[in-house]
Design a protein around this ligand. Structure first.
Ligand code: IMP
Length: 193
């Protein structure tokens, strides 16, 4: 007999990110529930470490199977800034501040990266998804959240914020990390998701 099927709790303090993640999981056939929790985030240069620490902290409160994702925008011309400091930078200088920093930049290349930590005892793992693209010169679109209005994924002409959630989920860094996780857990622990 394999393990019992698990309902995954998507833990975040960002409702929009959580709703996006629940849709990704549902499209993969995984039962998911959004749990909004204030996060106590450590400061680290590695998204993987931040995500794992947040997941372990959330587990102490929730004691249920859960995922936490930590994401960042890595801009080539800014040597990877804001990267792991993206939420602080978003709160302080925001989209406008990033566009200002990039005035006259020789390249507008950037990558979004998600580190996704899952805890289903005894399983504890982190998966990484990345989508590269370019930073626009002006914000465009009203969908999504965070830096979505200034990021155009490779092969697209629209920003994430100009796409529906379903369209963003076909190409996004977050969706890639979730797909990797679901495939890996299903392969190793048949029947768990
Ligand atoms: P965190 O993963 O919640 O720590 O997010 C870091 C920062 O990046 C926050 O300001 C988010 O708004 C932003 N962010 C995270 N994921 C995305 C995304 O998919 N699109 C745009 N901005 C994002």
């Amino acid at each position: 007999m394999g393990p019992a099927k698990v309902k995954l709790h998507v833990v975040t303090n960002n409702a929009k990110k959580g709703e996006e993640a629940v849709k990704i999981l549902e499209s993969l056939g995984v039962e998911a529930e959004l749990v909004l929790l204030e996060k106590k985030e450590i400061q680290s240069e590695k998204l993987e470490e931040i995500a794992l620490h947040s997941a372990r902290t959330a587990y102490l409160t929730l004691r249920k199977p859960l995922v936490v994702d930590d994401s960042g925008l890595f801009i080539e011309d800014l040597n990877g800034f804001p990267g792991p400091y993206s939420s602080y930078v978003y709160k302080t200088i925001g989209v406008k501040g990033i566009l200002k920093l990039m005035e006259g930049a020789p390249t507008r290349k950037a990558c979004f990266k998600t580190a996704l930590a899952v805890i289903i005892p005894p399983i504890e793992k982190v998966y990484v998804g990345e989508t590269c693209g370019t930073i626009t010169t002006e914000p465009r679109g009203t969908g999504g959240f965070g830096f979505d209005p200034i990021f155009v994924p490779e092969g697209e002409i629209r920003t994430y914020a100009e796409m529906s959630t379903e369209e963003k989920n076909k190409v996004s860094h977050r969706a890639k990390a979730y797909k990797l996780m679901v495939e890996d857990l299903r392969k190793t622990w048949r029947g768990i998701l």
